[in-house]
Design a protein around this ligand. Structure first.
Ligand SMILES: Cc1cc2nc3c(=O)[nH]c(=O)nc-3n(C[C@H](O)[C@H](O)[C@H](O)COP(=O)(O)OP(=O)(O)OC[C@H]3O[C@@H](n4cnc5c(N)ncnc54)[C@H](O)[C@@H]3O)c2cc1C
Length: 396
């Protein structure tokens, strides 16, 4: 099979391939699974090589690529080296609230160094009683004359011990707080006094993210640690979620395409019962379907990226992109494990790790069920009890 037909071409493809090979990223990705740690050296190299923040404006040190091109490059990176470095490349995207509404000083101190691979900025939204139901979050930001005191606990967060700073979402209380009920974003150094970080358990996949809990007990932050206005946190993060969900889908499809190609090759060579595995319809047909599903999902996600680039409203399609990208990829990876037999199930081949890594896509950045809820809103914008037909009549 000609690999060039599997990978979307881009003027930066050769440069990216050379970077992946020089830095041994496929091997490093597997090593990070066996011995989880934050890949600081590769993070710095990605920063100086221009592979962090593909869509970030040039004046902030990024490549300023349009979203469809960034998606194609992330797909390529994931195809060649798994999810780890492609996700790392998205780290500035995950911090776009800082870029978009941070002050000039915050951007200089944290966002630019993030794009350069010098400082890691995490995201802290989830709490023990507020995951999917994010509006239930309770971390308190008590305002006084000189700033805010943060008290509460963030759970499940990536880079619990490794982030240099984090974008933390909390509720403002206190006399001066204008939007007591609204959620506000803060940029908080993770070395602040009163802050405690604890790694929790070992994850199924993406272990290098070393997730855990961060506890805030009267952590004092200055007024200018606030990102944008009080009460606007969710408004700021919404466009970020839409972009990142769509780009993540390209990563899952890229890594699954690699396993698909390897499996197609394998079943064309492996002989059992005197014939190649590919001669069995039970083996060949799922791989035929997987190839078509990968193509179809890829086209859908690319179209969503093009519409996003054109500044159309695509929240529902972004949600469907992440759901579909994850779902298709997991099926493809499951077949890759199955058709490689006993070795497919072991870590001597990459498929089981890829499956474990991609499995996070059903939970992180909004679960698959929540993606369905977002997409359902488009079908029933006035609520699920009204039929689409009757709504259209009402609309007229
Ligand atoms: C790899 C990984 C990285 C993460 N990184 C971060 C991070 O950096 N920062 C951060 O803040 N968080 C992070 N998270 C946390 C993640 O955002 C939450 O786990 C996720 O939002 C789900 O919340 P929850 O765990 O509380 O599950 P719950 O909200 O308790 O959901 C449990 C299940 O119930 C389903 N469910 C909930 N409500 C409904 C409903 N109304 N209808 C149907 N089904 C429903 C969910 O889909 C899910 O399947 C990460 C998670 C993972 C797995």
């Amino acid at each position: 099979m000609d690999e060039s037909t599997l990978l979307p071409p881009d003027p930066l493809s050769d440069e990216l391939d050379a970077f992946i090979a020089d830095r041994h990223l496929p091997d490093r990705g597997r090593e990070l699974d066996r011995e989880p740690s934050f890949p600081r050296t590769e993070f710095e190299a990605m920063g100086s090589g221009g592979w962090l923040g593909l869509t970030v404006p040039g004046k902030l040190g990024g490549r300023a690529l349009p979203l469809p091109r960034a998606g194609a490059l992330l797909y390529r990176l994931a195809y060649r080296s798994g999810t780890a470095f492609a996700k790392l490349s998205l780290q500035p995207e995950f911090s776009s609230v800082l870029r978009d509404v941070g002050s000039a000083a915050q951007v200089e101190e944290w966002f630019r160094p993030l794009v350069q691979g010098e400082r890691l900025v995490g995201n802290q939204i989830t709490e023990a009683s507020a995951g999917s139901d994010v509006m239930a979050l309770r971390l308190q930001a008590r305002r006084d004359r000189s700033g805010y005191l943060l008290t509460g606990e963030k759970t499940e967060v990536a880079f619990s011990e490794d982030a240099d700073a984090a974008i933390v979402y909390g509720r403002v209380t206190g006399a001066a707080g204008g939007a007591a009920d609204g959620v506000t974003a803060f940029l908080v150094s993770q070395k602040s006094p009163g802050l405690r970080r604890t790694r929790v358990g070992t994850d199924l996949g993406e272990r290098w993210q070393r997730r855990g809990t961060v506890t805030y007990r009267d952590v004092r932050v200055p007024l200018d640690a606030r990102l944008g206005e009080e009460g606007e946190g969710f408004e700021y993060v919404r466009p970020e979620l839409t972009r990142e969900r769509t780009l993540l889908a390209m990563i899952y499809l890229g890594v699954a395409r690699a396993s698909w190609a390897e499996t197609v090759r394998h079943v064309g060579e492996r002989v059992a019962f005197g014939k190649h595995l590919a001669n069995n319809e039970a083996v060949a047909f799922p791989l035929v379907e997987d190839g078509a599903h990968l193509d179809a999902a890829g086209l859908f996600v690319q179209r969503t990226l093009e519409r996003l680039e054109a500044e159309e409203e695509v929240d529902a399609d972004a949600a469907l992109s992440k759901w579909m990208g994850t779902e298709v990829a997991l099926t493809v990876l499951d077949h890759a494990i199955q058709f490689h037999g006993g070795r497919g199930y072991s870590n001597t081949l990459p498929h089981e790790q890829r499956w474990r890594d991609v499995r996070s896509g059903m939970i992180a950045h909004g679960s698959s069920e929540i993606m369905h809820l977002l997409a359902a809103r488009r079908l029933w914008p006035k609520g699920p009890t009204a039929s689409r037909g009757s709504q259209e009549k009402e609309g007229r």
